[in-house]
Ligand binder design. Structure first.
Ligand code: AMP
Ligand code: MG
Length: 333
């Protein structure tokens, strides 16, 4: 019997440098990562994050191979996140991937980062044809598969949900990443402070909400109440937009993925939406919710099996790459 194909995946779109090894059977043999943390009060500086990635790349790679108990010569394909993301960070990961693919004489597989979040969540939950709510630092999108592509049925009109939580956390001098700290403090919140909830059709908008929340912080509102209110308003807007898409598409599964999917209150709200529409609520396991090599390695397997690869000479990164432009030959139309 031929052995299962083995794909090495590299993630480097923003804060995380990750390497994972996945097999054609859907096993994640290892998933190693190192996360760049900006100094308190600052967001990610692309060049500094890229420097972090180049400093840790060889240690993360070696540890991923060691934990998977494989050697480089066992690798059949090298996948990398081609975009979207921060240019310098993407280029660092792509450089490592190109060098490995050339040296090993194996195909180089370009992966769209957001599709990586979706496919890994589908693998881990068994979702087949879900309405996906993808919420992370880089994305806030409500998508479903139709006619060969993931189609966007709703999204943020400005900043992402991850940006909203991280941006607010920075203003409140909370450590990075902000989302888990906002969640922790929100549990101590008692009063709902009025903040603007904006839903336009199936889209949400969060920048006005951030401005108002920061203004209330300056006016001396209790931080715990503000974290609680920020979550309630931001998640309600997303739940409303998701519910519209679910009612329209009549999907039987609602799949939550991306870094913010780890939030228990968001899970609770979307579970209610799913149950009201007799859909099964699925959420990516916490260890795979944030950026990781596994999302790239597993999508690399799917893409490779469908014959996708890119010549090294044409493997330019794509910092602005919309997920609804990517053909998905491995899913049934
Ligand atoms: P990603 O870009 O997919 O790695 O997701 C990172 C984002 O997820 C950051 O904005 C984090 O603040 C956010 N995040 C991680 N854990 C949580 C949580 N428990 N609640 C809310 N946001 C979270
Ligand atoms: Mg991400």
């Amino acid at each position: 019997m031929p052995r299962e194909i083995l794909c090495l995946g590299i993630e480097s779109t923003a804060h995380t440098f990750g390497v994972s090894l996945a097999t054609g059977k859907g096993e994640i043999l290892s998933d190693e990562r190192s996360v760049y943390k900006p100094p308190p009060g600052r967001g990610i500086h692309p060049r500094e994050s890229a420097q972090h990635h180049s400093q840790v790349s060889s240690a993360v790679l070696m540890e991923a191979l060691r934990k998977a108990e494989v050697s480089l010569k066992d690798v059949d394909a090298v996948a990398f996140s081609q975009g979207p993301g921060l240019g310098p960070c993407l280029r660092t990961g792509a450089t490592v991937a190109r060098a490995l693919a050339k040296y090993l004489k194996v195909p180089l597989i370009p992966v769209h980062h957001a599709i990586g979040h979706i496919e890994l969540a589908a693998l881990k939950t068994g979702a087949e044809d879900p309405l996906v709510v993808l919420v992370s630092g880089g994305h806030t999108s409500i998508v479903a598969f139709s006619a060969g592509k993931w189609r966007v049925f709703g999204e943020t009109e400005d900043i992402t949900l991850g940006n909203l939580l991280d941006g607010f956390a920075r203003e409140a001098k909370l450590p990075s990443p902000g989302g888990p700290n906002v969640e922790r403090l929100a549990r101590e919140g008692r009063h709902l402070i009025p903040l603007p909830l904006t839903v336009k059709g199936n889209d949400v908008s969060y920048s006005g909400l951030l401005t108002q929340a920061v203004k209330k912080l300056g006016e001396g509102c209790r931080l715990e109440d503000l974290c609680f209110s920020l979550q309630e308003v931001a998640f309600s807007a997303l739940a409303e937009a998701s519910e519209r898409a679910l009612a329209f598409l009549e999907k039987r599964e609602l799949l939550l993925t991306g870094g913010v999917a780890a939030n228990r209150r968001l899970q609770e709200m979307l579970r209610i939406v799913a149950e009201e529409h007799e859909a099964c609520f699925l959420v990516v396991p916490k260890e795979y919710s944030g950026d990781c090599g596994a999302q790239i390695a597993w999508t690399g397997i799917l893409a490779r099996q469908a014959g996708v690869s890119v010549p090294v000479e044409r493997s330019f990164v794509k910092p602005r790459w919309r997920l609804d432009t990517v053909p998905i030959p491995w899913r049934k139309p």
